[in-house]
Design a protein around this ligand. Structure first.
Ligand SMILES: Cc1cc2nc3c(=O)[nH]c(=O)nc-3n(C[C@H](O)[C@H](O)[C@H](O)COP(=O)(O)OP(=O)(O)OC[C@H]3O[C@@H](n4cnc5c(N)ncnc54)[C@H](O)[C@@H]3O)c2cc1C
Length: 594
C-alpha cells in the first residue's frame, strides 16, 4: 500500500471511529455491500404510530392553513428575504422546534413526522425549507443531541419557538468539501474559564439572523502539539463577532440569509462547548446526518410539486390538436417524475425511521438519500421545465425559481461527488478488510491467521453464491423481490471482483467508486419502494380494500431502477474510463502550461 492509499484508509477508518464507538448491528447499506439483505430495518414499511398520527395530522392542517394564507414563495424570492411574519407563523405552528423534547417547549416529534412537515414546506418554497433546515435540522441539532441538560434549559426554550434563531457554521475558505480542515482556532484562556476564538466562516445560512451559532473550531489536544475540532455555542453579541457580509447575493434560495463572519479574539465561556472537547467532527457529521434526512423530505415535496405542475400543463396545453399529455415523449417525463417522487418519499421515510428506531449506523443511508433525492429532483425539474416549453423561462411561473433553488442541493451539506465516493469507500471497507485478511494470510501463513482467513473466505464465498431472501408479504411482489435479491447477489459479486482486481488503488478510482455507489443507491431505493408497495397493499387489505392500490409509477420505478443497476454493474468492466482520464489529463495539463 502506498502512502496516499494508507492515508485514505486511515481517513475512512477515522471517520467511522469518530461516529461510532461501540459494537453495532449491521446497518442496511453496509449489509448490501456484504451481499446481505438486513430485512429487519426496512420491512415492514415504517408507519407513524397511531398515537402520533392525530397530532401530526393536526400540525399538517395548521401548517397548510398558515402557508396558504401567508407564504408567498415568489415574493420571498423577489425580496430576497423571508418576512419575520412567516418565521413567527412557523414558530407558532411548532415547525422551528418540531423534534425538540416537550420539556424544552418543543413538539417532541419523531424524525419521520418531522420529515412529513418538511415535505409540506418543500412543496411550496425552497428558501423557507432551507431556512428551517438550517435552524432546526442542523442549527440547533448539536444542542439537541450533544447539549447538557443545563445548556438545553438555557438555550432551547427561545430557539424552539423561533423567538431566537440558530445556524450551523462549519464551512471556511479552506474547509469546504474537506470539512476536517477547519482553520478557525480556539485557544483556551490561562485560567481555563473560556476559549478565545479566531478565524472566518463563509456561506453560513442564517448567519446574520441567528442568535445562536454552532461553530466548529480547533482546540489543542492536551499532551500533544496536535489540534482537533470542537463545537462551540457562539452568540453574535459576543465582543469580536464581526459580520463581514450579511446576505451574499446568490443564484437561488434567495430568501435565505447566507453570510460570512469573522471571530476576532471572541471569548467563549467553557460552558458553551458542545459535546466532548476535540470531538467536533463527530458532532458535525452526526448533525449533518439529520440534515440530509430532511433534505430528502424537502426534495420529495418539491418533486410532488413538479408532478402536479406537469400534469396540469400536459392536460390543458394543446398543440397539433392534441393535449401535450397525449404525446409519448411527454408521458415518459410525467411517468418518470411520478416514479421518482414515489421513491424519494419511500427512501426518506425508511431513513428517518432508522433514526427513530435508534439504529446507530445510518451514515451511508443518509448520504445515499441526499445524493439520490437531490439528483432525482434536478431531473424532475428539468423535465417539467421542458414540458412547459417557453413559458417555463418567464418569471411569472415558478419553474425558473424552482430550477435556481434546486441547484444548491447537489452542493450543500456535502457535495454529491464527495458523498458518492464516501458511499463506495465506506461500503466496501467491510468486504475489503475480509479480503485483506485472506491476502495477508496467504503471504504470511500462521495457524491463527489461517482460521480467520478461512472464516473470511467462507463468508465472502457464501455471500457471492447465495441469493439473499427479500421477505415481502404480498404474493404479487414475489417476482420483484426475487429480482432484487439476485441484483444484491450480483452487486456483491461485482464489489468483490473490483476489490480483488484493483486492490488498494481502488481508493483513488472514483469512476469505479461512482458505479458501485450508484448501484448501491438504486438497490437501497428499490428496497424502500418495494417495502412501501408491500406496506400499502397489506394496509389496504387490512382495511377491507379488495382493489389493490394503483402502483403503476412505483412498478415503473422498480423496472427502471433494476435496469440502471444492471447498467452500473456492466459499466465496471465495459467503460471508457481510461479515455476519460486521458482526455481530462490533457486538458488539465495544457491549461496549466498556458
Ligand atoms: C447557499 C449555501 C448555503 C450554505 N449553508 C451552509 C451552512 O449553513 N453551514 C455551513 O457550514 N456551510 C454551508 N454551505 C457550504 C456548503 O456546505 C459548501 O459549499 C459545500 O460543502 C462545498 O464546499 P465548497 O463550496 O468549498 O466547494 P469545494 O470543496 O471547493 O468543492 C467544489 C467541487 O469540487 C468537487 N469536489 C470536491 N472535493 C471532491 C472530491 N473529494 N472528489 C470529487 N470531487 C470533489 C465537487 O464537485 C464540489 O462541488 C452553504 C453553501 C451554499 C452555497
Amino acid at each position: 500500500m502506498n502512502k496516499l492509499d494508507a492515508e485514505r484508509q486511515k481517513e475512512i477508518q477515522q471517520a467511522e471511529e469518530l461516529l461510532f464507538t461501540g459494537p453495532q448491528a449491521l446497518g442496511f447499506a453496509k449489509g448490501l455491500f456484504q451481499g446481505h439483505f438486513v430485512s429487519d430495518w426496512v420491512m415492514p414499511y415504517p408507519r407513524i404510530p397511531e398515537g402520533q398520527q392525530g397530532e401530526l395530522d393536526q400540525t399538517l392542517t395548521d401548517l397548510r392553513n398558515f402557508l396558504d394564507a401567508d407564504l408567498d414563495a415568489a415574493e420571498i424570492d423577489r425580496q430576497a428575504d423571508i418576512p419575520r411574519s412567516v418565521i413567527d407563523g412557523l414558530g407558532r405552528v411548532g415547525v422551528l422546534g418540531m423534534t425538540a423534547p416537550k420539556e424544552y417547549g418543543g413538539h417532541g416529534f419523531s424524525q419521520m413526522a418531522n420529515c412529513k412537515v418538511l415535505e409540506e414546506i418543500g412543496r411550496r418554497c425552497a428558501s423557507t425549507s432551507v431556512f428551517v433546515n438550517a435552524h432546526h435540522s442542523i442549527g440547533i441539532r448539536a444542542l439537541l443531541l450533544f447539549g447538557t441538560h443545563e445548556q438545553k434549559q438555557k438555550w432551547l426554550p427561545k430557539l424552539v419557538t423561533g423567538e431566537q434563531l440558530g445556524a450551523f457554521a462549519l464551512t471556511e475558505k479552506e474547509a469546504g468539501s474537506d470539512a476536517a480542515n477547519v482553520q478557525m482556532q480556539a485557544r483556551p484562556s490561562e485560567d481555563g474559564s473560556h476559549f478565545i476564538l479566531n478565524g472566518e466562516k463563509r456561506y453560513i445560512t442564517n448567519a446574520a439572523i441567528a442568535h445562536e451559532l454552532t461553530v466548529m473550531a480547533r482546540t489543542p489536544v492536551p499532551g500533544s502539539d496536535k489540534t482537533a475540532v470542537t463545537a462551540f455555542l457562539v452568540t453574535p453579541d459576543m465582543p469580536g463577532f464581526e459580520m463581514l457580509e450579511a446576505r451574499m447575493p446568490k443564484t437561488g434560495i434567495k430568501g435565505t440569509a447566507t453570510g460570512r463572519f469573522a471571530l476576532r479574539d471572541v471569548k467563549v465561556p467553557k460552558e458553551n462547548v458542545l459535546g466532548p472537547l476535540g470531538k467536533g467532527l463527530k458532532v458535525a457529521l452526526t448533525v449533518l446526518d439529520f440534515g440530509r434526512t430532511t433534505f430528502g423530505a424537502c426534495c420529495t415535496g418539491a418533486a410532488k410539486t413538479c408532478l402536479e405542475l406537469a400534469v396540469a400543463h400536459a392536460n390543458t396545453r394543446r398543440q397539433f390538436n392534441k393535449t401535450l399529455g397525449e404525446f409519448e415523449l411527454v408521458k415518459k417525463k410525467i411517468a418518470r417524475i411520478a416514479a421518482d417522487a414515489y421513491a424519494m418519499e419511500a427512501m426518506t421515510t425508511v431513513t428517518a425511521a432508522f433514526i427513530d428506531r435508534g439504529l446507530e449506523d445510518y451514515m451511508l443511508e443518509t448520504a445515499m438519500l441526499k445524493v439520490f433525492t437531490t439528483e432525482r429532483l434536478w431531473e424532475c425539474i428539468n423535465d417539467v421545465f421542458q414540458i412547459y416549453g417557453g413559458s417555463a423561462y418567464f418569471t411569472d411561473l415558478p419553474l425558473e425559481r424552482m430550477l435556481r433553488d434546486a441547484r444548491i442541493n447537489q452542493i450543500g451539506e456535502g457535495a454529491n461527488e464527495v458523498l458518492t465516493s464516501f458511499i463506495a469507500l465506506v461500503g466496501m471497507r467491510g468486504p475489503g478488510m475480509e479480503f485483506k485478511e485472506i491476502y495477508d494470510t496467504m503471504m504470511k501463513p500462521s495457524r491463527d491467521g489461517m482460521s480467520k482467513a478461512w472464516a473470511a473466505g467462507k463468508n465472502r464465498l457464501s455471500a457471492t453464491i447465495l441469493v439473499p431472501d427479500v421477505p415481502v408479504q404480498s404474493e404479487q411482489l414475489r417476482a420483484q423481490a426475487r429480482q432484487l435479491g439476485r441484483l444484491i447477489r450480483n452487486f456483491n459479486f461485482a464489489v468483490n471482483r473490483a476489490l480483488v482486481t484493483y486492490r488498494e488503488p481502488i481508493l483513488e478510482m472514483q469512476l469505479i467508486q461512482e458505479r458501485i455507489a450508484n448501484a448501491a443507491m438504486d438497490l437501497f431505493a428499490s428496497t424502500c419502494v418495494l417495502s412501501r408497495i408491500d406496506g400499502e397493499i397489506q394496509f389496504a387489505g387490512r382495511n377491507g380494500n379488495t382493489a389493490s392500490p394503483d402502483h403503476s409509477a412505483a412498478n415503473l420505478f422498480l423496472r427502471q431502477s433494476f435496469r440502471r443497476i444492471r447498467g452500473f454493474l456492466a459499466g465496471l468492466t465495459d467503460n471508457d474510463d481510461k479515455a476519460v482520464i486521458a482526455a481530462a489529463k490533457s486538458c488539465l495539463t495544457s491549461h496549466t502550461a498556458a
